[in-house]
Design a protein around this ligand. Structure first.
Ligand code: ZN
Length: 133
């Protein structure tokens, strides 16, 4: 598998509005997209830092994985997303290498990316997302 770049860093926040304010007013970035991903029960906000994006994630339901993440670990870095050429193919390759997957098949993520997650138990604790256009 070939990772092309870090596509984005996902950050779990409990209040999206407050977090956007911080990233805009203190860090000087501009939020260019806010999007709800219904099947993941999250609302996302995107910023660009050079080539890398920051994705803020707020739970829209207590059943959201972001809600349980914050309950267990508090706010903070949630996942790192790497760009690949073909998400399904990359998932297949890492699975063959013995990595446990959260998503066996790519699904639709924010910003119309095809995304798939690797299980942090297989990645030394880093929730890893692979994504392609
Ligand atoms: Zn992500």
């Amino acid at each position: 598998m070939k990772l092309k770049k870090i596509e984005h860093i996902g950050i779990a926040v409990s209040n999206l509005e407050e977090a956007i304010k911080y990233w805009e007013e203190v860090m000087g970035l501009k939020c260019y997209n806010i999007e709800e991903v219904v099947d993941q029960k999250v609302k996302t906000a995107f910023f660009k830092v050079g080539d890398v994006k920051i994705e803020l994630l707020e739970a829209t339901s207590t059943e959201s994985s972001i809600a349980s993440f914050i309950e267990k670990k508090g706010q903070g870095v949630h996942h790192i997303a790497f760009a690949v050429d073909n998400t399904n193919q990359a998932l297949e390759e890492v699975e063959k290498a013995g990595v446990k997957l959260i998503d066996k098949q790519a699904r639709q993520g924010a910003e119309s990316l095809k995304i798939g997650f690797l299980h942090p138990k297989s990645t030394m604790g880093i929730l890893t997302e692979l994504c392609s256009e």
